[in-house]
Design a binder for this molecule. Structure first.
Ligand SMILES: [Zn+2]
Ligand SMILES: [Zn+2]
Ligand SMILES: [Zn+2]
Length: 337
């Protein structure tokens, strides 16, 4: 009765696409602003669709890969749906390492973020303010964009022609929906254009909605306390928190840990305001190709880290220093003032 490739093991692609159709329907529902309820189901269905589609690809590689622990995989549990299946991070990891699916770090982060949004929704209910909602909507569009490519390139070619063709129809509809959703985002950005144009040299990418709309303000300006705010989604926290969010969400660094590739922390101590608000690698809308070290607290730009010619450790050449503090102190203890 049963043999490999029999219906039971057929990847549930149509089911996954059906979830995505629901996502675009919910997000298209409000041109000006998506209702909290539409957004809730958009996120829940996007998360469900993502899981189904990513796991469909894993299943094509080998059915046991969708189990939390593949060494304990049982076919009966797969068939009756009682399996303990792998979580979102493991799914992505296995797709990359075992199935050799191209998933960029940016896509991986977007997927992780989606899983977080989904959990927050399931446990705490609706998103509070519209500010938050805009960021979620903008991020949902990113995930949809990834999934369309993924289905097209990694999933459909592996399906039998009839199934692939049926899926193409759904995919077209989803693609059209995404274009429309991206259109809303563009329209809103368009409206902000004049306002942001004048602020380009202190506008950077928002760690919440990922639009270039976060306008940074010095925390204290003429004795007035100010906070930076994203003009697109309304995201606003204190400077230290925004610095950390930027380092983690935009630059992909680990909070509180040295990045293995770049050797950088998510945030550093600012030598002026002595808060963990300095971030290496910040880019501004006025010149997005140049990365700077920027303090989110005092908004000072600072020189980037360089290697000390004396000891090889990296240091920040503040005030024209040519070697690190330790080496400078050791080499010129009696320098004339
Ligand atoms: Zn934002
Ligand atoms: Zn500072
Ligand atoms: Zn040194």
């Amino acid at each position: 009765m049963e043999h490999p490739g029999s219906e039971v093991f057929f990847p549930p692609v149509p089911n996954g696409l059906d979830y995505l159709l629901s996502v675009v329907e919910h997000l298209e529902a409000g041109t000006e602003r998506v209702s909290a309820r539409d957004l809730k189901y958009a996120v829940l269905h996007l998360a469900a669709g993502t899981e189904v589609l990513l796991k469909a690809r894993l299943q094509l590689e080998h059915w046991c890969l969708v189990f939390s622990d593949p060494t304990k995989a049982k076919r009966a549990e797969l068939e009756n749906g009682s399996l303990l299946s792998c979580g979102p991070d493991d799914t992505v990891q296995r797709l990359r390492d075992i199935a050799r699916v191209q998933i960029t770090d940016k896509d991986r982060k977007a997927l992780t973020r989606l899983a977080k949004d989904r959990n927050a929704l399931q446990h705490y209910g609706l998103f509070g303010q519209s500010a938050n909602a805009r960021a979620v909507e903008s991020r949902a569009a990113e995930v949809l964009d990834f999934l369309i490519r993924f289905v097209d390139e990694d999933l459909l070619p592996a399906l039998p022609p009839a199934e692939a063709e049926a899926a193409q129809t759904d995919l077209e509809r989803i693609r059209g929906g995404l274009t429309e959703i991206e259109g809303f985002v563009k329209q809103r950005m368009q409206r902000l254009r004049v306002e942001l144009e004048a602020l380009r040299d202190r506008t950077l990418q928002c760690p919440d909605c990922r639009q270039w709309a976060l306008v940074v303000e010095p925390t204290q300006a003429q004795g007035v306390a100010r906070t930076s705010r994203c003009r697109f989604c309304g995201m606003s926290h204190d400077a230290e928190e925004i610095a950390l969010l930027y380092g983690v969400e935009i630059l992909g660094r680990d909070p509180g840990m040295l990045d293995m590739i770049t050797g950088l922390m998510a945030t550093d101590l600012c030598s002026y305001c002595e808060l963990e608000s300095l971030v290496e690698g910040v880019r501004f809308a006025a010149d997005p190709v140049t990365a700077m070290a920027f303090c989110f607290q005092c908004t000072r730009l600072q020189p980037g880290l360089i290697g000390c010619p004396g000891c090889g450790h990296s240091f920040r050449p503040v005030g024209g220093a040519t070697s690190c503090e330790t080496c400078t102190a050791a080499s010129s203890p009696h320098r004339a003032p």
